[in-house]
Design a protein around this ligand. Structure first.
Ligand code: COA
Length: 264
């Protein structure tokens, strides 16, 4: 079904592994096709409750867009390439089911941008993040100029993109680029443990958290339908109130028992 990614579904968690280790999992057109499809699968398959994106091999999460595909593009083709990447990454960011990046090595260029499009990130001790595009006479094109700024602030984002400094795992933790650093061997387990906690909560409400937090950090009015994050929160709060899960969650609290959420 997929030519460049591997998938494994266990306990409701779909682990998506970008599988081009000999090219450090660089993102070519085929990877984008597969990522696009697999996020649709995450959305549509009721067996899938959440997902992890990681890279094959011990060395890289993703070492960037596949530079071999850059040759000979004109301006319009280059813009289409960036738009395609942005669209797939928006799909990840807007998934109503949590998608977490488990960064197991280099996350450079488009790899850093992919990790930043996920809802949050964990990384292994050998992880390295960076936006090295200016070395190639380029800038990030898959949302990196925006998401890096949202995550680490304007000054640091400017510095990292201008100097191409590679951020190691501890610096990534300090900057808020990742939530946790783990040993390489425990990265997936730790990520799964967090997702199992999230999966025990009310799924509709989790989707609404994602929607509202995304509005808080994105200024593009097309993306937010012209609504402020506060407007969106009021509406989402109301949407949660009419779910069966809200009735179940509040009843379970009052009856001093564990809630059994149905995602409705
Ligand atoms: N696009 C295409 N191929 C890539 C790639 C990319 N972004 N990153 C790595 N590769 C390929 C290399 O060309 C090499 O292929 P080969 O064995 O056929 O020659 C293979 O992956 C291994 O990479 P290599 O450079 O030999 O590994 P290294 O350990 O010496 O260096 C990096 C690792 C990550 C520092 C280095 O690969 C690198 O700088 N990659 C490009 C990062 C980048 O600029 N990304 C942004 C792109 S916009």
């Amino acid at each position: 079904m997929y030519s460049t990614i591997l998938t494994n579904l266990e306990n409701g968690i779909l682990t998506i592994t970008i599988n081009r280790p000999d090219k450090l999992n660089a993102l070519n057109a085929a990877v984008f096709t597969d990522l696009d499809k697999v996020i649709d699968e995450v959305t549509c398959n009721v067996e899938i409750k959440s997902a992890i994106i990681t890279g094959a091999g011990p060395k890289a999460f993703v070492a960037g867009a596949d530079i071999t595909e850059f040759g000979g593009l004109n301006k319009e083709q280059a813009m289409a390439l960036a738009k395609r990447g942005q669209d797939v990454f928006f799909k990840i960011e807007n998934s109503k089911k949590p998608i977490i990046a488990a960064v197991n090595g280099f996350a450079l260029g488009g790899g850093c941008e992919l990790a930043m499009a996920c809802h949050f990130r964990l990384c292994s001790e050998n992880a390295k993040f960076g936006q090295p595009e200016v070395n190639l006479g380029l800038i990030p094109g898959y949302g990196g100029t925006q998401r890096l700024t949202q995550l680490v602030g304007k000054g640091k984002s400017m510095e990292l993109q201008m100097t191409t400094h590679m951020v190691d795992a501890n610096e990534a933790l300090q900057l808020g680029l990742v939530n946790y650093v783990t040993a390489a061997e425990s990265l997936l387990e730790r990520t799964k443990d967090i997702l199992l906690v999230i999966q025990s909560k009310a799924p509709v409400a989790i989707g609404k958290v994602i929607e509202c937090v995304n509005v808080a950090v994105v200024s593009d009015s097309a993306y937010t339908n012209g609504k402020s994050g506060y407007d969106k929160e009021v509406e989402a709060f109301g949407d949660c109130f009419i779910t069966e899960d809200m009735k179940e969650g509040t009843a379970a609290f009052l009856e001093k028992r564990k809630a059994n959420f149905k995602g409705k």
